[in-house]
Write a protein of this length. Structure first.
Length: 120
């Protein structure tokens, strides 16, 4: 039996970044959007190199969260796998194909370039 998780926001961000790293996701950043929107507190954004790679990253995120007893509120875009959104309430995770990430440029749209926190 899986217990209900009580992950903090910071735990969710670390878990998402760990999953992205596990699957060799690229250019992961965390955006603090608390002062910009009531829908969430943080975005975690990463890039995958193909639809298969994007799905592998997303599958790992879902797996690690499920291991902690957390289910996402929704997943959008998984079938197309060019921009997948995972909603974990206070943390929303976006995994993009390179072209879509450049086109939508969420980093600039939501916070401006100076607010990006890169993760290596």
């Amino acid at each position: 039996m899986v217990r209900k998780a009580s992950l903090t926001t910071e735990d969710k961000i670390k878990l998402a970044l760990s999953a992205i790293s596990d699957r060799k996701g690229l250019d992961a950043v965390t955006l603090d959007v608390r002062d910009r929107t009531p829908m969430t507190d943080y975005f975690v954004i990463a890039t995958g190199t193909s639809d298969v790679h994007i799905k592998a990253i997303v599958d790992r995120i879902v797996e690690l969260f499920a291991d902690k007893g957390m289910r996402n509120k929704r997943i959008e875009g998984y079938e197309e796998a060019v921009w997948v959104l995972l909603d974990y309430g206070d943390v929303i995770i976006h995994v993009f194909a390179p072209e879509q990430r450049r086109f939508y440029d969420l980093e600039s749209f939501w916070t401006g370039r100076e607010a990006i926190t890169p993760h290596l």
